[in-house]
Design a protein around this ligand. Structure first.
Ligand code: NDP
Ligand code: GDR
Length: 335
């Protein structure tokens, strides 16, 4: 019989790539989605439009224990990938309360239900490099101490500890990925890489003339989402649950990404980029770079995409959507 997977956050960037990966592996794929998404599929299910007839969607709210319980009772999954979260760090400064509520209580609800309904189900928690925050060593490994710098980061530390405690206290096969930034043409428009590539496409299409950005000096370890969901799956195939850093091992500044993407478009970024102090965060994570050695050794996983081809793929997709041609983008085809 096909293995059954339940993905929370299936409508998001990672959920959509993961659903495709699991379908290709022969899984029966189920997703927990908000009722509003089901009521407005043309708008909110766009990332999974091409696989809608092959996945099973169930309305549920992370904030509601009974609704999560109902979905687990219906699906009885063998594997659960818990990706749903308020994932925008900036917004977590504007609304700490809803971020903490969704991300901490939501994760607690999923774990408590899983333990009650399907204790043998394997569980993946979407941890984040934001847990390292004000980093205490370079590069960051599974042993680096956490020092989160936002309500979002705090919520992910709490989720990570919940998953670990369910593993140690109740024997749940719970693993956490400590994933560093990963992007794609499906990235939300609010995140900096997509804001840059979609902004350039608008400039090229004559629909915009300025790109307002915040801190260009921040450094991130950027990979491709399609590569990173494979690491999630590999974690749940291990005999023993564990936690893994998933990263490229390289760090680049936002400025470098700007120059790379504008370079593809043959535009001088200095003519278009405006620094907006309002876009600076009250507490910034200055630099992140992960050490993926453990994932490489135990999972046989490594990042397959360079930043150059990632930026090219994203820019090409945004330009294609507006009917604009960019000459050369490393030949990257959208994944
Ligand atoms: P997205 O923001 O693209 O997707 C988030 C998903 O969570 C969406 O499907 C969204 O549904 C769902 N969601 C949000 N709030 C709720 C809620 N209250 N109830 C039910 N569903 C909800 O994130 P990504 O795909 O990029 O990331 C996936 C996970 O990985 C997140 O937990 C994120 O924090 C984490 N992560 C991401 C990294 C990255 O670089 N992308 C790096 C490290 C961790 P809807 O469509 O209805 O809004
Ligand atoms: P991040 O991603 O906060 O790392 O979280 P984001 O792309 O939002 O920011 C990256 C860096 O860019 C700087 N920056 C800007 N950011 C945005 N969004 N908009 C701007 O205009 C801008 N200008 C500069 C930011 O200050 C920051 O330093 C992502 C999310 O996917 C999280 O869910 C995930 O856990 C982490 O990555 C790892």
């Amino acid at each position: 019989m096909n293995r059954r997977a339940l993905i929370t956050g299936i409508t998001g960037q990672d959920g959509s790539y993961l659903a495709e990966l699991l379908l290709a592996k022969g899984y029966e794929v189920h997703g927990l989605v908000r009722r509003v998404a089901l009521e407005d599929p043309g708008h909110r299910l766009t990332r999974i439009q091409s696989i809608l007839d092959r996945v099973h969607l169930h309305a549920g709210s992370l904030e509601s224990f009974p609704s999560v319980h109902q979905v687990f009772r219906t699906v009885e999954p063998d594997e659960c990938y818990h990706l749903a979260a308020q994932s925008f760090v900036s917004y977590s400064f504007d609304d700490e309360f809803s971020t903490l509520n969704t991300n901490i209580n939501g994760t607690h609800h999923v774990l408590a239900v899983l333990k009650d309904v399907v204790p043998k189900c394997r569980f993946y928690f979407a941890g984040s490099s934001e847990m390292f925050g004000k980093v205490e060593e370079m590069p960051q490994t599974e042993r680096t101490r956490f020092h989160p710098r936002s309500a979002y980061g705090i919520s992910k530390v709490a989720g990570f500890e919940l998953a670990r405690n369910y593993r140690e206290a109740y024997g749940i096969h719970a693993s956490s990925g400590i994933l560093f930034n990963h992007e794609s043409p499906r990235r939300g428009y609010e995140f900096v890489t997509r804001k840059i590539t979609s902004g350039i496409a608008r400039i090229l299409a004559g629909k915009g003339h300025e790109l307002r950005l915040g801190n260009l000096e921040a450094r991130r370890d950027w990979g491709h989402a399609a590569d990173y969901v494979d690491a999630m799956w590999r974690m749940l195939q291990q005999d023993e649950p564990d936690d893994y850093v998933v990263a490229t091992g390289e760090t680049h500044s936002v400025q470098e990404f700007v120059e790379l993407a504008f370079g593809y478009a043959k535009l001088d970024y200095r003519k278009y980029v405006t620094i907006d102090p309002q876009l600076y965060r009250p507490a910034e994570v200055d630099v992140l770079v992960g050490n993926p050695d453990k994932a490489r050794a135990r999972l046989g996983w490594s990042s397959q995409t360079t930043l150059k081809s990632l930026a090219g793929e994203m820019l090409k997709a945004d330009c294609d959507a507006l009917g604009v041609v960019v000459a050369e983008t490393s030949g990257a085809a959208p994944r």
